[in-house]
Write a protein that binds this ligand. Sequence first.
Ligand code: FEO
Length: 134
Amino acid sequence: MALFTWKDEYSVGVQLIDTQHKKLVDLLNSLHEAMAQGKGQNILGDILNQLALYTKTHFSTEEKYMQQFNYSNYTEHKKEHDDLIAQVTEIKTKYDSGQGLLTLKTMSFLKDWLTKHILGSDKAYAPCFKENKL
Ligand code: FEO
């Protein structure tokens, strides 16, 4: 069973962003599935790497538009992004060095963070993005 199921309520009303969020959900599910199936370290490491890279790509997209549209909560929003990137980087560094294992707790943390962030901070910029015809 998938860790994370996309729901319409996660939509921020901007197709490009919804597509990126769905890709993040897919990557988290792939990581969870590979972990549940006891896949090897190389496969897990590869998916974790993709997740870390795509998270940065997605955050850059949002930050670019927030700056372009002079979004009032840009600084706070970027801080949330930076904090998550730091945590994912730490998870990845520990995993790559063999000092940390991917656990269900880690998966739950990532899922909960993404859900809360999309439903809260991301939805908050939706009116601004719409107003700017994105
Ligand atoms: Fe969709 Fe602010 O991350």
